[in-house]
Design a protein around this ligand. Structure first.
Ligand code: ADP
Ligand code: MG
Length: 637
């Protein structure tokens, strides 16, 4: 055996090397997480054995004695974590413990900033796995054998975390994995019963396999530390808030408490248990990563089957966390079958309903907890209005926006609040979309509404344009953009006079192809002009978003509404010189575009025009002083 035992030394992938360095140097203050990670791996390996034993004859019966043992030896300075799970063969050891096997670990690496303090805090948000052993250990030995291989197929992996590892074949009677950590001196204080029990209870209390703690030389005193029952399967009356909170933290590794949860045992033609959590904070890549749905685990008769968020939660609820345990699905179900199963569809419908119940309850309660939820997940929930036709109105009722209403602060106004305030006769919910709250609040489009005391919702989130394009009605009221079409506020019916129409015609002629329509209107009281979108056309905001998303948006010409009563327009009407009139018209258009956060085709030309006017105005002011002024500046000439 010894001649054939393949011994080799291999280099870690560069990425692993980088990760290891970080582990050793920067994560000292988070050192305890290494145990959470090792126990979680042991638990995964036990789950896998149980799952494979369902279909693999060779594994039958091996899943009867699953559990995790922790043996510590203060004298030797070692900690040994063993499981009787699936184990690994040589190839698996190489790819799992020599490369960055898992996408989470890669993402962790990509998020590193180089700022040690920031990076250390990231670790709480990622499972960083096996390599975290090197936070506390200067030598790690893994001995393992895959449960369906013979005893001579064992593998030993040894590394000091310094760039390389050694691999050799060994005999191993026991299937599963044993990991031995030789702790650095400064971490040897971890090696006592009290410390280890505390850490296990804190991070791993709800691991579904018994975790035994054994002190070297005192085997008879070993005891089970955790609460290894499946919490979700227990009756609600047996459970305290603290049980739910602890389970949440072992399920998610989120250091925050959950905002709320729902626990149901559904009986009847289909039996399943459901435990859903609303988290208190978003993993920081949730918004960007629309496909990242890892939050809801599927169990069948308490056997972990897979992460099934994709099948049981819609995308817009991807922040939900929890467990679904079905008593009726077949244990050997595949992902594909799961996708089409009517049973799973039913579970999914219940998950949606119960999740919205939770969110509704929180919304009613309002206050700090609701605000926290809305800030973290509001933009994601909005996707539901677009994606889930059935629940559209229910989701819409949960949305909150900024508003021109004087008492509103931040995003706090719901569509129902708006409807309640607008009174019986109102039939339109007015909104304005803009890049930022500042741009929205100062938009010329609001002038007519302010004058009439009509509330306008201010929509400044990236997704809002999409949202309103899918939500043109809510509870029988129309949602309309203040920047679109002819504005009918029901009070002023007076047709614009001939002089205004003529002025608009002259401006259109001067601007030519640069503009679509030019019309006198009722939107403005203080500004001279503003851009208006066609009734059915895209707003500027939408065009901008599409372009940013890399889409080809055909150039549409902006329509211009003018305020013929404004001093600037009155003065323009008196300008005879057509060239000068043209310059002023161009300025008017550019200003209207700018006020809306739009981009000018030729910003330099705009600046030149403004400067010419400034020089003119200042020179005129200088002359003015000479004629009839107080003479303060005139003295110099
Ligand atoms: P993750 O658990 O997120 O995949 P880890 O770094 O913790 O990442 O582990 C990497 C891989 O190593 C695991 O996916 C698993 O395949 C393997 N592994 C780690 N520990 C064990 C173990 N105790 N038994 C079997 N396989 C293991
Ligand atoms: Mg892991």
């Amino acid at each position: 055996m010894s001649e054939t035992a393949k011994v080799e030394t291999r280099q870690f992938d560069t990425e692993v090397h980088q990760l290891l360095k970080l582990m050793i140097n920067a994560l000292y203050s988070n050192r305890e997480i290494f145990l959470r990670e090792l126990i979680s791996n042991a638990s995964d390996a036990s789950d896998k054995l149980r799952f494979e034993a369902l279909t693999n004859e060779a594994l039958k019966g091996l899943d009867q004695d699953l559990g995790i043992d922790l043996q510590f030896d203060a004298e030797k300075g070692s900690l040994v974590v063993s499981d009787r799970g699936i184990g690994m063969n040589r190839d698996e050891v190489v790819s799992n413990l020599g490369t960055i096997a898992r996408s989470g670990t890669r993402q962790f690496l990509e998020s590193l900033t180089g700022d040690q303090k920031k990076d250390a805090s990231l670790i709480g948000q990622f499972g960083v796995g096996f390599y975290s052993s090197f936070i506390v250990a200067d030598r790690v030995t893994v001995e393992t054998r895959r449960a369906d291989e013979p005893a001579d197929q064992g593998v030993r992996w040894v590394s000091a975390g310094d760039g390389e590892y050694r691999l050799e074949s060994i005999e191993r009677e026991q299937h599963g994995t044993t990991i031995t950590l030789e702790l650095r001196d400064e971490h040897k204080d971890l090696l006592n019963r009290w410390q280890l029990e505390r850490i296990i209870r804190h991070y791993s209390n709800h691991i579904a396999f018994p975790i035994r703690l054994i002190e070297a030389g005192k085997d008879e005193e070993s005891n089970t530390v955790n609460d290894s029952q499946a919490l979700w399967a227990r009756p609600k009356s047996d459970l305290e808030d603290s049980d739910y909170e602890e389970f949440y933290s072992s399920l998610t590794a989120d250091p925050e408490k959950p905002l709320s949860w729902a626990h149901h045992h559904v009986e009847g033609s289909q039996r399943y248990s459901l435990l859903l959590y609303l988290p208190g904070q978003a993993p920081f890549d949730m918004l960007i990563n629309r496909d990242e749905r890892e939050g809801v685990k599927l169990y069948i008769q308490r056997v972990f089957i897979m992460d099934a968020a994709e099948q049981v939660v819609p995308r817009y609820l991807r922040f939900m966390r929890g467990v679904v345990d079905s008593a009726d699905l077949p244990l050997n179900i595949s992902r594909e079958i799961l996708q089409d199963s009517p049973l799973v569809k039913k579970i999914r419908a219940t998950v949606v309903k119960r999740s919205l119940d939770l969110i509704e309850k929180l919304a009613k309660e309002g206050g700090e907890r609701w605000n926290r939820f809305w800030k973290a997940f509001g933009p994601i929930l909005k996707e539901g209005v677009i994606e889930d036709f059935e629940q559209r109105e229910r989701i819409a009722s949960l949305l909150r926006f900024a508003s021109t209403h004087e008492d509103s602060e931040g995003e706090s106004v719901g569509l129902d609040d708006y409807i309640e305030r607008m009174g019986e006769e109102g039939d339109t919910i007015w909104y304005l979309t803009a890049d930022s709250l500042k741009v929205a609040q100062n938009s010329p489009h609001l002038e007519a509404f302010r004058k009439r005391g009509i509330e306008v919702l201010l929509l400044t989130d990236r997704i809002d344009e999409w949202l309103v394009s899918h939500l043109d009605e809510y509870k029988g009221k129309q949602l309309k953009s203040v920047a679109r079409g002819k504005l009918d506020l029901g009070d002023e019916t007076d047709e614009p006079d001939e002089a205004s129409k003529e002025l608009a015609g002259r401006i259109k002629q001067a601007l030519g192809e640069a503009v679509g329509n030019v019309q006198p209107g009722t939107r403005l009281t203080e500004s001279p002009g503003c851009i208006v979108a066609e009734e059915a056309g895209m707003t500027l905001q939408m065009q901008k978003m599409l372009r940013q998303a890399g889409q080809d948006v055909p150039e549409t010409k902006p329509d211009l509404e003018i305020n013929a009563g404004h001093p600037l327009l009155k003065a323009m009407a008196a300008v005879k010189d057509e060239k000068r009139f043209g310059e002023l018209s161009r300025l008017l258009l550019d200003q209207a575009l700018l006020a809306e956060g739009g981009e000018l085709a030729d910003p330099a030309a705009y600046v030149r025009r403004v400067n010419e006017l400034l020089v003119e105005a200042l020179t005129a002011a200088g002359n003015g002083h000479e004629d009839g002024g107080d003479g303060q500046h005139a003295a110099s000439s």
